[in-house]
Design a binder for this molecule. Structure first.
Ligand code: FAD
Ligand code: NAP
Length: 248
């Protein structure tokens, strides 16, 4: 199937670390719902290389933003990292995917669990009013290897200042010991009860929905732990509690 690309232009690129960066793109024709992804593409050695990327901006901002990690020898992520403002870049014309709020049942507490760049779609969602009107509490959980990979802290602080106790932000740093972050991995701390304790919020089958995004092993290990405490995958024709998106 041929994709009809929209030719965008890089506005700016922010390098958070040696491997993490965010690209802002001007491509006003692109349409999506907060939480979705589209494909982005570059011509590399005369070949179009395209990969899915989640929008970090909300639909009412006048730029697109994508948050990316340069994976070792990754064909597209290595080239995206070198872009400069003014460079052309192809973007898919519309968003895809079901990590969106109108697919989520009305519950009290929404949990948004991410590893690495998987935090991106949640930031898009949290910039819309809907997430704050629909739920009593929003719990954003970001797991990374190193402290320097806890990015978008300014955006998160702005949300915290605005939504106060309604918004809970929990971090995991797995490969160094730092203050105010949990150690280890998300699934283990579900079974031990540490995550619920940290959020001061119970995960139950009648007040909770959990979105999970990023590393597919984390998605599957976390889903297994949640199933053990009575939660089940959410499907349109069989409502449940868990909505997932694997990044590879
Ligand atoms: C629905 C969807 C949405 C996505 N959204 C994003 C996004 O917003 N930001 C983003 O960085 N990536 C995202 N990805 C992954 C992205 O499409 C690319 O795979 C990634 O950028 C690497 O591209 P590449 O061509 O350099 O290497 P690839 O050949 O595509 O990947 C090589 C290997 O790198 C690892 N890898 C791929 N993506 C990641 C990642 N994000 N974090 C850690 N390891 C990874 C995997 O082991 C993979 O097998 C998404 C993927 C899907 C399916
Ligand atoms: N070039 C660079 O300098 C550089 C820097 C960072 C990343 N990268 C590359 O980027 C890619 C990975 O990025 P990433 O940091 O987002 O990786 P990641 O491996 O997905 O790690 C992110 C977080 O997820 C955790 N995790 C991994 N597997 C899990 C599981 N099964 N269950 C629960 N949690 C799990 C990790 O914990 P653990 O620490 O316990 O695994 C870590 O806290 C790799 O290809 C990496 O080589 C490159």
């Amino acid at each position: 199937m041929t994709v009809e690309w929209i030719q965008g232009e890089v506005v700016s690129i922010k390098h958070w670390t040696e491997s993490l960066y965010s690209i802002r793109i001007k491509a006003p024709e692109v349409k999506f719902i907060a939480g979705q992804y589209t494909k982005i593409s570059l011509k590399i050695n005369d070949e179009d290389i395209a990969r899915p990327y989640s929008f970090v901006n909300s639909p009412n901002e006048d730029f697109l933003e994508f948050y990316s990690v340069q994976v070792p020898d990754g064909p597209l992520s290595s080239e995206l990292q070198k872009l400069k403002s003014g460079d052309p870049i192809n973007v898919g014309p519309y968003g895809n995917g079901f990590l969106i709020l109108n697919e989520i049942p009305c519950v009290e507490n929404i949990w948004m669990l991410a590893t690495g760049t998987g935090i991106g779609p949640y930031l898009s969602i949290l910039k819309t009013d809907e997430s704050w009107n629909k739920f009593k509490k929003v719990i954003l959980v970001h797991a990374v290897r190193y402290k320097k990979e806890l990015t978008y802290l300014k955006t998160i602080k702005e949300l915290k200042d605005k939504y106060k106790d309604k918004f809970i932000y929990i971090t995991y740093v797995s490969r160094e010991k730092i203050e105010n972050s949990l150690e280890g991995r998300i699934p283990n701390s579900i079974s031990s009860g540490i995550l619920e304790k940290e959020a001061n919020t119970k995960i139950t089958d009648n007040n909770t929905h959990i979105m999970i995004c990023g590393n597919p092993e984390m998605v599957s290990d976390t889903t297994k732990e949640l199933k053990k405490i009575g939660l089940k995958k959410h499907r349109r024709n069989s409502p449940g509690h868990i909505t997932t998106e694997n990044y590879w």
